[in-house]
Design a protein around this ligand. Structure first.
Ligand SMILES: Cc1cc2nc3c(=O)[nH]c(=O)nc-3n(C[C@H](O)[C@H](O)[C@H](O)COP(=O)(O)OP(=O)(O)OC[C@H]3O[C@@H](n4cnc5c(N)ncnc54)[C@H](O)[C@@H]3O)c2cc1C
Length: 252
């Protein structure tokens, strides 16, 4: 990803759902931020450690308002574990944080016959931004797996996109999502796919299904990857991805 570094100031936070916190950033440093044209634009928040090392955590840019000099990101609060989730839950206005980016690569294509989007809470900001970026006549399906009905959000989307909320309850993250995508009606024509979330479910279940069974060419299914891995921190997840690549298991 591009490595420009920007210092952002926390302006305020907003509790969107019991487990989703929106952090609004701005401040004088925002002037140096160059927004991406992609709807899955993301930044890496830099958390300095005492030994001088930096710990990075990746978050989607949910929205940018260049005129106002602000951007927003939605953080899943997945418990007291971790760095970024607890940070979002306790950060106060005026706090500054450096970020790298933005990166990003997905934009809904107007020449797709239909769209398939799927993900969990971590991918919800990118799915929401993707739906907002679609032309009004876009058609397709979007599946979002969340813990329960209290985690649902109002999303702006084209009428032709059927949005289904899935409630995982006590099931492991991604299991219901993978099952639902596999069982959903597969439409005719060229699909563009955007699937992100818990890595095992996405990479081992949905990616294989889309690429191998449905034979969607890479060009139309470039955006299928894990956003996090159950039981691993972001560093541990990076190692997991690297091992997967070495074993050739990430290939289609
Ligand atoms: C391109 C990209 C965009 C992303 N956008 C977003 C976004 O907009 N919002 C967002 O919330 N996340 C997003 N993520 C995922 C986020 O980077 C990870 O969830 C990250 O691990 C969170 O860091 P942490 O410090 O809170 O937890 P970590 O220190 O990384 O992990 C601590 C523990 O929490 C678990 N954990 C981590 N994330 C979750 C989760 N979502 N649900 C349940 N358990 C979890 C880990 O498995 C680990 O056991 C994105 C990831 C990528 C690659």
């Amino acid at each position: 990803m591009a490595r420009p570094r920007t210092t952002l100031t926390v302006l305020r936070t907003e509790q969107l759902t019991p487990h989703l916190i929106r952090v609004h950033f701005g401040g004088p440093g925002f002037a140096a931020f160059r927004p991406s044209e992609h709807s899955d634009s993301y930044i890496k928040l830099i958390f300095p450690e005492e030994d001088g090392h930096e710990v990075l955590r990746t978050y989607t840019v949910r929205s940018v308002d260049v005129e106002a000099g602000t951007l927003a990101a939605d953080f899943v609060y997945h418990g007291a574990e971790g760095i970024a989730g607890p940070w979002a839950a306790s950060v106060t206005p005026g706090t500054t944080i450096d970020v790298y980016g933005p990166g990003g690569a997905y934009t809904p294509r107007a020449d797709a016959d239909w769209h398939l989007l799927a993900g969990d809470e971590a991918a919800l900001p990118a799915i929401a931004a993707g739906l907002e970026a679609m032309p009004a006549e876009a058609v397709g399906v979007a599946f979002v797996e969340v813990a329960g009905p209290e985690e649902e959000l109002e999303l702006v989307k084209p009428d032709g996109i059927e949005l289904t909320w899935l409630h995982r309850g006590a099931r492991p993250p991604g299991e219901l999502l993978a099952e639902t995508v596999r069982e959903a009606k597969w439409r005719d024509g060229q699909v563009q796919v955007f699937v992100h979330g818990e890595a095992q479910a996405v990479m081992h279940e949905i990616r294989r299904y889309v690429r191998r069974e449905r034979k969607v060419p890479a060009e139309w299914a470039a955006s299928i990857s894990g956003y996090w891995r159950r039981g691993r921190t972001e560093e541990g997840f990076r190692e997991w991805k690297s091992d997967l690549k070495k074993s050739g298991d990430a290939d289609d």
